[in-house]
Design a protein around this ligand. Sequence first.
Ligand code: PHE
Length: 333
Amino acid sequence: MEKEILELKDNYINSIDNVNGLSELDLIKSKVLGKNGELTRFLKQVSSLPPEKRPVMGQLVNKAKSEIMAILSAKQSKLEHARLHSKLSKDGTDASLPGISVKKGHLHPISLVIREIVTLFDRFGFTVKEGPDIESEEFNFEALNIGKDHPARDMHDTFYLTNKQLLRTHTSPVQIRTMLNEKPPLRILAPGKVYRYDADTSHSPVFHQIEGLYVDKNVTLADLKGTLTTFLHSFFGQDYDVRFRSSYFPFTEPSVEVDVKWNDPGSKLHGKWFEVMGAGLVQREVFRQTKIDPDLYTGFAFGMGIERLAMLKYQINDIRLLYENDSRLLKQF
Ligand code: PHE
């Protein structure tokens, strides 16, 4: 029996070596290892041997089996590999060509500008606060000293909902929410969407603003000018002049509009002034509305349009380009 097993093993190893196709290999596999395979038959015979012979013969059969199996699976992967190779060469597929690379996304220019501003004001200790897009008329207007018949409401014609609610026309109501809920000193930055009944190449009915508020003892107009000038120099460049023009907002007194002078000799804009934000010292009436003592505290506030800053900084001349998500524009950032 021993001799027969060894012979059988050698025979099969030989024939496996000569096989050229996977189906032929399968056939051999079942002929030797299948239910009624030749080696399986030997395995069954082992149990009918006298007990003292069983271990030796059992081991022999099992060893033959595992050798045949190892050679079978090596041959199988060799044949599969060859089959794949011939398929690819018939297809004309070149497996050595580089793969298709996945395009990575990145932040939208609006998000980039918001993040840059937040980072710059972080140096002055400002932290981010957010308010709801659906705001009460009270916080959007009255608490900011914009009375019912105040002409400033005209500029803020917006989308009204029921229950004296509206889509906020500016981020300034976040000033009110913060002053009502927290005690000075306060240093907050409030980015978000705002809504106005307005649309042309430089206005969109939905756009973004960033609001800033600083309340503490002895805050002066000099603090406002210093902080905003430092910010604008960091954002646009040290060589951009900054000027403050007196202006009017019901919730600040005095109020200013802030301009930067474009400084790029290669550009058509060179030497021109651009308004970039509104600002001022917090009106005493706003402090009274929010239960902060105007004799103890002063503060400054500012608000800027993100799209406007992005359009200036990246020289984009139509606001709609910022919303169309045309990859030819976006991939430049
Ligand atoms: N809320 C004003 C606007 O939308 C901007 C502003 C904010 C002005 C804070 C002064 C202080 O036009």
